[in-house]
Every structure is written in C-alpha cells, then in structure tokens.
Design a protein around this ligand. Structure first.
Ligand SMILES: NC(=O)c1ccc[n+]([C@@H]2O[C@H](COP(=O)([O-])OP(=O)(O)OC[C@H]3O[C@@H](n4cnc5c(N)ncnc54)[C@H](O)[C@@H]3O)[C@@H](O)[C@H]2O)c1
Length: 427
C-alpha cells in the first residue's frame, strides 16, 4: 500500500485474465489513484501479454499460474481471483498463504468439503476473502436492503425471488458452454448463489435452517430436437428459423462474445473480428452446437424453499428459456411489503392502510442501474473491497466469507433435496 498524490493506492495481483477479472481490474481506468495492478497470473500467453500491457505490468511480474505467482511471495496488497469455478479453492489457498487478502469470484467452491478447506485457511492465516456477490452492491438491491434494515416493512415473514435466465444466456452458458455439467457446476449454485445470498442478506444474520427443492432437465434434451435438426448450426437447414441458432446469437446479434469468441485470435488480442472469422470460429467450437444435441446435464428449471431459524420462509425460482433475462423480488413483512423488478430498476413499498378509501400506502422508487454490469454492482463491489482493505470500514453491502457461505449451503442442500426428494436440514 503506498501513498501517491495524497491517496492511498492499493496494489493488486490479477489472477486468471478472463472477462470477469479484467472487468474488475478496469476499475483502474477511472480510479488510478485507488488501485494499481502490479502482477498478473495466467497460463494463456496471449491473454497474459495483452493484459500485462493493458495494465502496465512489467515482464518480471507476469506468471503462468496462481501457484507460481504465490510462490514468488507477496507482491501486492491484494489478489483478485477470476479463475473458473472448479479451481477457486486450489488457486486461492496459496494466495492466502502468501499473505494476500483475496477478492474471489463466485461460486466459492463446487462442494461443501472444499468450502470448509477454504474457511480453515482463512482462520489460520487471518487473511480476508471477499466473494463477488455483486448484486449486493447494485443500487437496486441496496435501496431495498436500506428500507428493510430501517424497519420500513417490519420483520420479514416471506420472500419470493425469481431469476429468469434468457434463452440465449441459457444456450451459451448452460447448454453449449462452460457451466453445462452438473458434477462441475450445479446450475443453481453457479447462477443463483447471488439470489440465495440476497435472501440471507435481507434476513441479516438469521440463519437458513431447512431446504426443499424441485427441478430437473426436461426441455433441453435430445428427445425434443426437431426431426431435421443437425448436430451443428452451420449444417442445419432449420438454422435461419431457429431461436437458438448459434450463428444468429453470436454472429448476427453479437451476443456474449466473451464466451463464444474466446480463443479466436483477433478477439483475444483485442482486434476486430470479421464476419467470416466469427462464423468460422463459432461453427467449429462448442458454441456452434445444436442446443438439442449437446452434452449438457444441468437442470433447466429449479425451485427452492428455505425456512429460516425465525420461521420466515423464502422461495427462489430459477426459470430458464425466458424471453427476457430478469430478476424479481417480493418481500413481505409484518408492516408492509416490497415488490421490485431489477431490469426495470423500480420497486414499490406498500403498507396496509386503514384510512378510509386507502387500501395501501405506496412509495415508488426508481433506481438508475444502467451504468455497469449486474445493475451497477460490479465496480461498486471493487470500490467497497478497496475501502475495506484501506481500513475505512465497509458499507451496508460488505460481506465476509462467513456470511457468503450461507448462500452456498442453501445451494448444496437444494441439490441434495432435489435429487433425493427430501427436506434437508442445514447444520
Ligand atoms: N460475479 C458474477 O456475477 C459472475 C458472472 C459470470 C461469471 N462469474 C464467475 O467468474 C469466474 C470467471 O469466469 P470467466 O468467464 O471470466 O472465466 P474465463 O475462463 O474467461 O477466465 C478464467 C481465466 O483463468 C485462467 N486460468 C486457468 N487456470 C489458471 C491458474 N491455475 N492460475 C491462473 N489463471 C488460470 C484461464 O486461462 C482463463 O483465462 C467463474 O468462476 C464464473 O463462474 C461470476
């Protein structure tokens, strides 16, 4: 940590140079006086060179993995770990042992045993791990949390939340893409640990106790493939009329380039990718496969019911194949309720009113959330993390590892509850 131009600059090592960690590191663009990237760790040489240049990292501070970086000793105040889900624990433990506080992408770990391993290392090293539950920092949810915390709706009796995963997000990430296998990334954990974290955050320290869940994969299966569908979109005579066409998603509409174009040489080096190159890359990668003929085995719907220690019940529905990706939440308390739609950025606080002619007293709130990813949560998370590291204390959103694990304990329990058709008690 060094003082420059009167500000305290936090230095960071960036681990895993994918789109998430680079997104967080882009905080330096507007705040060079608060954050500086001084080392990078990434096995892919093209990404390593590109982002070392982008963030002004010297060659001697470029490493080919989290492990080799950690072996070099402590080079900065903090580490930002944006590696993929299945290596979060094996990459974070050496960083903690090397003395870094770590900003770690969600989900923390695919299993409870690995999560416990991380907790033990946090306890023995005394280092901090902050999980990127970015929705806590989105102004929409912060405004809701503030009203809950100041008692506007009394004690929470019930919460209902929904995440609608759009058909194109489902296709790129959970059918064709990196999160399509249950044993590696159970979908509720991968997609909705944010939502489960929001439920626990609204309940402020009251622990989740019992979990039930139903769900499954019944739609995105090979049996539902149209008769004439080919295995890959480029060869398919139905392609132009298909709402799941990889070519329509990733070439015509240019959706999700950081997934579908990953590995394409011009894209990786920051250049412009021509239409022919896009077609060629998408068609020959996993992202060009027919959605009905993939190796996906994650659920395509799942609902969870959670009972908290005080008897409050919360339900969360993960719905896929939605026309529009959107999150909604309804919180009912002893003195009123909140209903909101994150994409609209609006929520309403209603209170039972007994004045003649008034059924409910209503406050309508509009929260601007167009300024960055996850409703403005991504870069606010970075700002909050830096403030905690500077010792300035956090915000209403600040979370510790011991808070963040509750969302994961619900997700692990829900997976067991769904598969074994029983209610699971969280220890
Ligand atoms: N917070 C959110 O809302 C949110 C949203 C999407 C994804 N995610 C999570 O973010 C994480 C990263 O996702 P992504 O799409 O950016 O991944 P990515 O695949 O684009 O990036 C991961 C990078 O880590 C590198 N890597 C692999 N092994 C490594 C090692 N041993 N040491 C250092 N680097 C290594 C890979 O080469 C790759 O460049 C995932 O866990 C994902 O689930 C979070």
């Amino acid at each position: 940590m060094g003082a420059e131009h009167g500000f305290v600059v936090i230095t960071a090592v960036l681990v895993g140079l994918g789109h998430r960690s680079v997104g967080y590191a882009s905080y330096v663009d507007a705040h060079p006086d608060e954050l500086r990237i001084v080392a990078v760790a990434e096995p892919d040489p093209v990404r390593r060179e590109r982002y070392a240049k982008r963030f002004g990292v010297e060659e001697g501070c470029c490493f080919d993995s989290a492990e080799t970086l950690a072996a070099a000793g402590k080079l900065a105040d903090v580490a930002i770990n944006g590696t993929m889900d299945e290596i979060h624990i094996e990459t974070t433990i050496p960083l903690l042992n090397a003395g870094y506080d770590v900003l770690l992408e969600k989900p923390i770990a695919p299993s409870q045993d690995e999560l416990r391993m991380l907790e033990e290392v946090v306890e023995t090293t005394g280092q901090k791990v902050v999980i990127c539950h970015v929705l806590r920092y989105a102004p929409f949810y912060v405004a809701i949390k503030e009203r809950v915390a100041r008692g506007d709706i009394g004690d929470i009796l019930h919460i209902h939340s929904t995440e609608n995963v759009s058909y194109h997000h489902m296709a790129v990430a959970f059918i064709r893409g990196k999160w399509n296998r249950r044993d590696v990334n159970p979908m509720l954990l991968a997609k909705c640990c944010h939502d489960l974290d929001l439920l626990c955050w609204m309940k402020s320290g009251i622990r989740p106790r019992k979990v039930a869940s139903f769900g499954g994969r019944h739609f995105f299966t090979t049996e539902n493939a149209p008769v004439d569908a080919s295995k890959v979109c480029i060869d398919c005579e139905l392609e132009r009329g298909c709402e799941y066409s990889a070519l329509r998603h990733h070439v015509d509409n240019e959706w999700w380039p950081f997934y579908a174009l990953a590995g394409e040489s011009a894209y990786e080096s920051g250049g412009v990718v021509g239409v022919e190159e896009k077609i060629g890359h998408v068609s020959t990668s996993e992202y060009g496969r027919c959605v009905w003929h993939c190796d996906n085995d994650v659920v395509d719907r799942q609902s969870v019911i959670v009972e908290f220690e005080d008897g409050c019940v919360a339900t969360h529905d993960m719905v896929t194949n939605s026309a529009k990706g959107v999150r909604r939440i309804q919180i009912t308390g002893t003195k009123g309720e909140i209903y909101g739609d994150m994409i609209e950025g609006t929520f309403v606080v209603s209170k039972p009113g007994a004045t003649k002619g008034t059924e409910a007293l209503v406050e309508e709130i509009n929260v601007n959330l167009k300024d960055d990813h996850h409703g403005g949560g991504d870069l606010r998370l970075v700002a909050d993390f830096l403030s905690v590291v500077r010792g300035e204390g956090g915000s209403i959103s600040t979370t510790s590892l011991s808070d963040s694990i509750n969302s994961h304990l619900i997700a692990y329990a829900a997976d067991v509850a769904m598969r074994e058709e029983r209610v699971v008690t969280i220890d």
